[in-house]
Ligand binder design. Sequence first.
Ligand code: CDP
Length: 237
Amino acid sequence: MAKEFIRDDGRKFDELRPMKAKVGIVPNADGSAMFQFGDTIAIASVFGPKKMHPQHSQNPEKGTLRCNYNMMSFSVEDRIRPGPSRRSTEISKITEWALEPVLMIDDYPNQVIDVHIHIIQASASTRCAGINAAAMALAHAGIQMKDIVSSIAVGKIDKQLIVDVNKYEDSVFDEGEGATDIPFTFTSKGKITHLQLDGKINTEDFKTVMQLAREGSKKVYEVQKQALKDAINGGKE
Ligand code: CDP
């Protein structure tokens, strides 16, 4: 029975890892934030809006969002080779796509907004933590936004649907009957701006797990909102 299923870290099937979020942690940036799911920690820094260089890359119709996702060498057990990789290029691109629908990018013609995401500790769902931190950092930088986005990975291990996949679930179950990892990003109004699917899942399970993701994203949103409020009320920035 789903409710009796206890995961390796003691969580229930629909329980998220402890979350932490903080806004305004990189003084040199125009906006910054940290978002943490358990042992996964992402820091996002926003620089801009600023004039796009070289000039031929400027778009007179709208601004450009440029995301750069980077896992620090020391973020995982096996040191990662520094510099861009196929994986980091993909995650940078999907981060842009997840964020763009809520940005009022038309307000920034010929300009670029740079978002640098650093994963300082990785234990699964780093792309989701990065997107959550980036959304908060953009708001902190005062970029015009229609909404905020909240990201969460759900999945299926053996026959069990789970929310907020951890490193063990992501890797160990890959060897067994198969693990399915589905990162989702939602606006606070419940619209999906990003969805990836790694593995297999049937339609019925997909519908159920999407609802679990939607519920999970609301919990992420509450943590982001509180951190943004704290930054304003705390008067630090
Ligand atoms: O991190 P996320 O779940 O968004 O992406 P993934 O490619 O599915 O990676 C899952 C996890 O594998 C990461 O969060 C890391 O903990 C780990 N990983 C690693 O140890 N070394 C890598 N080069 C890439 C990922």
